[in-house]
Ligand binder design. Sequence first.
Ligand SMILES: [Zn+2]
Ligand SMILES: [Zn+2]
Length: 220
Amino acid sequence: MIGRRRLPEERPGVAPVGYKVAGLLLSVDGDRAAFAGVSIGRSRAYGVDAEAHCAYGRRHAPPAPRCDCGFYSLADRAEARALMCATEYRHAALLRVDVLGRYIRYERGFRSGRQRVTSVWVGACRCGNPAELLVDAGTGVVGRRGLVGSCTGCAVGRVGLSFGSYARLAGVPVAADASPYVPRGEDDLVPQLVAEVTLLQARLDRCQEQLGRLLGADPE
Ligand SMILES: [Zn+2]
Ligand SMILES: [Zn+2]
């Protein structure tokens, strides 16, 4: 008799950690935070602690082997973060999750029946600057509005929600994703530019002073 082939089972003492991109949601009353899937579970909101339901309404518990439902996450943070460069995920947030319940491990990550969000990194503002607060994304699902990160400059005149407020509602830490425009190993690029601008400003001041003297405008 030929037995059914089974994949090796894992029973880890500590939940595996996964990373994924998601939309940020705020309930209609502004009192609850939630997340939105970006692919097959796009229209479904989930909380910090969530159990997956079959995205096709089938009567099985995800992750069913012959279906593709369940919570997806990648094992590598850099790989999940790289997704945020794709046009459709440009304004998504990066989540770190504990992979819980039954899960199927694949080459790059996991598909699980449960997950717990443990950290949120907000994607860059539309202008490219790191996000400093959350504003209305102009998207949403029934009962929940979508939020995106914005810098304070671009948020002028708009209603915004601080990372701290969202973190309190969600119960997990919320921070901005690091600026993508500072090349690795060149963290001192901005201070260098500031120093150069200061030097140019000093030269300009001296020129104006000399010009003023030549024109006899100087009171001396
Ligand atoms: Zn399914
Ligand atoms: Zn901006």
